[in-house]
Design a protein around this ligand. Structure first.
Ligand SMILES: [Ca+2]
Ligand SMILES: [Ca+2]
Ligand SMILES: [Ca+2]
Length: 337
């Protein structure tokens, strides 16, 4: 479920889902750096929990074609950079909102001004023209990180960028958090700001789970055996779920529509977090290529015949074509020896 919709539901604030002109008025304009080699020349965020920036790439150029590899597609539009001091294991969340219906932003975070450490888990370009992008990032090193705002559409554009350094356990639910351990909610078990399911859900609850950092964690007593999860998918977001697998175990994930049929373009992906946990949180997952996906009447089933190693696995559900309206589904997870 989309983070903003979930937060809107959580705070009963319907206007959270749309761009707020009042916020725009109070945001600070930030002039991005055109190049990223010299960190001293890249504007740095002041340390604050959340800030809104107004940026404009129209006077910049398209100088770093190589960073297209972060998102896996060409980014011929102008790009610019700002930076932030980050610490290993922190959770950062970035929203890039469009001010012009033809612009098509992409965003990536780089520990250095090279593609060497660029990964899909540190970048977002999931949505098309006229749509914003958002994603969470968990640094694996301490230090200044670069944030690049690029574009799938040629030329530059004005955007607002919300940068959030979410603090788990501060009693507030920030952008990028599904819940907070120190803010109890009825029906939600919250661990390290992730929703944890230890029993099947009676109804779908409005919890954001569109990233590995806020995936719904499946932890039923007795293991994951034909375990159902309810959700709804809309727009260009993905829904993310996390579960542990032991080496050699088999995983199947079956999607069934709750109403009608599956829309076209649905797919399931599988990732595994291989780096050691940071403060109890797993690092960004990498794609598990041994998993296969089969379609039956456009509904995907994911199968991992044998987990190569023990670890935290992440299942993502997304649609390459945006469903018309919300698509309500049930995912059934089954783990067997
Ligand atoms: Ca570019
Ligand atoms: Ca985009
Ligand atoms: Ca928090």
């Amino acid at each position: 479920m989309n983070l903003r919709r979930a937060l809107a539901a959580l705070t009963l604030c319907a206007s959270c889902d749309v761009f707020d002109p009042a916020l725009y008025q109070s945001s600070g304009a930030l002039t991005l750096a055109e190049r990223c080699e010299d960190l001293n020349a890249v504007p740095r965020l002041t340390p604050r929990a959340e800030q809104l920036l107004l940026i404009d790439t129209s006077t910049m150029g398209d100088q770093y074609r190589e960073f297209a590899s972060c998102v896996g597609r060409d980014l011929p539009g102008n790009e610019g950079f700002f930076s932030a001091q980050m610490r290993r294991g922190e959770t950062w969340h970035f929203h890039v909102d469009v001010l012009d219906p033809t612009s098509d932003p992409a965003v990536y975070v780089l520990p250095t001004c090279t593609t060497l450490q660029c990964s899909a888990a540190a970048a977002a370009d999931a949505c098309g023209a006229g749509r914003g992008e958002h994603f969470s990032f968990r640094p694996v090193t301490d230090g200044v990180h670069l944030v690049g705002i690029d574009s799938r559409a040629r030329g530059g554009a004005r955007y607002t960028v919300t940068a959030v350094n979410a603090v788990c356990g501060d009693g507030m639910i920030q952008h990028g958090e599904a819940c907070d351990d120190l803010r109890p909610q009825s029906g939600v078990r919250c661990e390290r700001c992730q929703k944890v399911l230890d029993a099947p859900m009676g109804t779908e609850s409005g919890v954001a789970n569109d990233d590995y950092t806020n995936a719904i964690a499946l932890r039923p007593n007795g293991g994951v055996r034909m375990f159902p999860v309810l959700g709804s998918l809309g727009g260009c977001d993905q829904d993310a779920f996390q579960l542990p697998l032991a080496a050699g175990e088999r995983l199947t994930v079956t999607l069934t529509p709750r109403n009608g049929t599956c829309p076209p373009g649905l797919t399931l992906t599988l990732g595994r977090s291989d780096t050691p946990p940071m403060g109890g949180n797993p690092a960004a997952p990498t794609v598990v290529t041994e998993a296969t996906v089969a379609l039956t009447d456009q509904c995907p089933t994911l199968t991992l015949p044998r987990a190569a190693s023990a670890g935290e696995y992440f299942v993502g559900l997304s649609a390459s074509t945006e469903p018309a309206g919300e698509f309500s589904y049930q995912l059934t997870f089954d783990v067997s020896p």
